[in-house]
Write a protein that binds this ligand. Structure first.
Ligand code: Z5A
Length: 213
């Protein structure tokens, strides 16, 4: 049964950890499942991701940044997400259109109306069926992310977004909570400070109830 589920949250909120475990669960249940991410998900998207995250890259204006995220998304929806859904797969996506509203809208201050219009164009109106929002205090998320970088020394140091001031990340967090409040049927807000196993148990329970597992 095709279903499009997105995982959202501030940096280090734990969504990437949970998405992998959720995919394992679905596959163990014999359900076809694709895990993908934004920006990225296609060869073009991965090139755009490098430009957007590279802390040493040239200056990028807020509007150019928005358009680059949308270019990555357009390619991703048309060549990966939609075909997977049409073939009956469950698609789990690490960030999608809500990330643009939270980061470029609430974080950078671009108008919501403009972002909604571009989201519509880039996705040809595809919307997630359900969205898990992992909510954590931004200080905790950023410290988790920097701890992870200490453990994986081969990874580049903090990226363009991690370098942003705490106030930026705080606006993003508040933006996400605002979006979730507006669409309570789609969003499941999870307290991301809970234990990994405990969170996964709740996610599996929700997935089973939507999809049957
Ligand atoms: N962005 C945007 O601006 N506009 C857009 O439209 C889109 C994206 C699509 C992508 O970065 C950046 O692009 C992102 C927003 C922007 N930047 N920021 N900030 P990314 O994909 O490279 O990174 P990320 O999306 O922020 O995810 P992340 O850093 O990988 O964090 P995470 O996925 O939320 O967390 P994690 O990797 O699962 O966990 C982080 C660490 O915490 C790790 O060591 C875990 O073992 C640990 N962890 C996880 N869960 C727990 C719990 N529950 N307890 C304790 N420890 C935990």
């Amino acid at each position: 049964m095709a279903c499009f589920i997105t995982f959202e949250g501030v940096e280090g909120s734990g969504k990437t950890t949970q998405i992998g475990m959720a995919a394992d669960h679905l596959r163990q249940c014999g359900l076809p499942c694709l895990v993908t991410e934004e920006p990225g998900g296609t060869p073009l998207g991965r090139r755009i991701r490098d430009i957007l995250l590279n802390r040493h890259s040239f200056a990028i204006t807020a509007l150019s940044e928005l358009l680059l995220f949308q270019a990555s998304r357009c390619q991703h929806v048309e060549t990966v997400i939609r075909p997977a859904l049409e073939s009956g797969s469950i698609v789990l996506c690490d960030r999608f259109t809500d990330a643009t509203l939270a980061y470029q809208g609430f974080g950078r201050g671009i108008s919501m109306e403009r972002i909604h219009r571009l989201n519509e164009i880039a996705t040809a109106s595809l919307k997630p069926d359900k969205t898990f929002l992992f909510d954590v205090p931004v200080e905790l998320g950023l410290s988790r992310a920097s701890h992870r970088m200490d453990m994986q020394r081969d990874l580049p140091r903090e990226d363009r977004f991690e370098k942003e001031a705490l106030a930026f990340h705080q606006q993003v967090r508040e933006g996400y909570l605002f979006l979730a409040e507006k669409e309570p049927d789609r969003f499941i807000v999870l307290d991301g400070t809970r234990e990994i196993g405990d969170l996964q148990q709740e996610i599996r329970h929700r997935l089973n109830s939507w999809i049957g597992g």
